[in-house]
Design a protein around this ligand. Structure first.
Ligand code: GUN
Length: 298
């Protein structure tokens, strides 16, 4: 049976490191500042944003949340970003996605200063990641969290290991593949158009599933001993729990895969808790860079 990678425990250790690093900056009169911007009333986004602001306060940050009306114009949002870019008390700016349809999300993201773009979505940060300039990059939080969990099992150097990322999104699949490549893995990006996906997956020492399809990766797609990282969070009907009940599953058929894998992340309790922890890590990193000090290594 596989080792179960406890995402909550790893996330707690990251948050503890962030809290210590924040305390160490206080002597220089610097407090990491995170601004989270929410436009509209999407209930799921409200929950995410609330969790991010709360975690930031727990880390000892200056935490500000801007809740804007759903009818906010793009110009008004860009004006707010301009103010946050210019505010020396703010080191990280996160605009929660999705934005309402009348706002051009890309224009908004590209307006964020690349040096405060703790989401790692700005083209400058994408370029830094792809060219391996990780010391100045911000990396999207979910793949950054996956990488940390892979390191806990396999170490920082993945020389000689084969990694397969199933999924090619800009937020997870592509940055994940680039992080694995920077760690010297031999990387394949597979997706819905890949021929014989099970066979490709079976070649992976490190298998990352980020497709958004419940339990798509079966036990016989997993190489014995592989490290399996499940990024999926899918809500499916659970009639066994009662009428109208649901449960969360990942993109990996966990019960089958854990019999074959060497280590595997559960859903929930795997990748999920890591994402906010890595946002906190990015914000304290930004504050260290702004102060001209060497940031902690996560
Ligand atoms: N919405 C869902 N996930 C994310 C994320 O990682 N960053 C932002 N800005 N919005 C999101």
């Amino acid at each position: 049976m596989a080792e179960i990678i406890d995402g909550k425990a790893v996330a707690d250790s990251v948050v503890a490191q962030v809290t210590d690093a924040t305390a160490a900056l206080a002597g220089s009169g610097i407090k990491p500042g995170l601004a989270v911007v929410l436009v509209g009333e999407d209930p799921a986004s409200q929950v995410y944003v609330g969790s991010k602001s709360r975690r930031a306060k727990e880390c000892g940050f200056h935490s500000v949340q801007h809740d804007l009306d759903a009818a906010t114009t793009q110009d008004a949002l860009l004006a707010l970003i301009g103010e946050l870019n210019a505010d020396p008390a703010i080191h990280g700016i996160l605009v929660q996605l999705p934005l309402p349809a009348h706002i051009d999300a890309d224009a908004v993201i590209q307006a964020i200063s690349p040096d405060k773009d703790v989401d790692g979505f700005h083209y400058i940060n994408v370029g830094r990641l792809v060219t391996g300039a990780l010391e100045s990059a911000f990396v999207p939080c979910t793949p950054a969290g996956c990488m940390l969990m892979i390191e806990r099992v396999r170490g920082r150097d993945l020389t000689g290991l084969s990694a397969v990322v199933v999924g090619r999104s800009n937020i997870v699949g592509k940055p994940m593949a680039n992080l694995l490549l920077s760690a010297n893995a031999t990387v394949t990006i597979a997706h819905s158009r890949t021929a014989d996906l099970p066979a490709v997956a079976r070649g992976a020492d490190i298998l990352v599933a980020a497709v958004g399809r419940p339990e798509m990766v079966k036990g016989d797609w997993v190489k014995p001993g592989a490290t399996v990282i499940d990024v999926g969070i899918n809500r499916i009907p659970a009639p066994e729990k009662g009428d109208g009940k649901t449960r969360l599953v990942g993109d990996v058929a966990f019960a089958e895969a854990e019999k074959v894998a060497g280590a595997i992340t559960p859903v929930p309790g795997g990748v999920g808790p890591m994402t906010i922890a890595m946002l906190m890590a990015a914000t304290v990193t930004s504050a260290y860079r702004a102060a001209g000090r060497e940031p902690p290594r996560f």
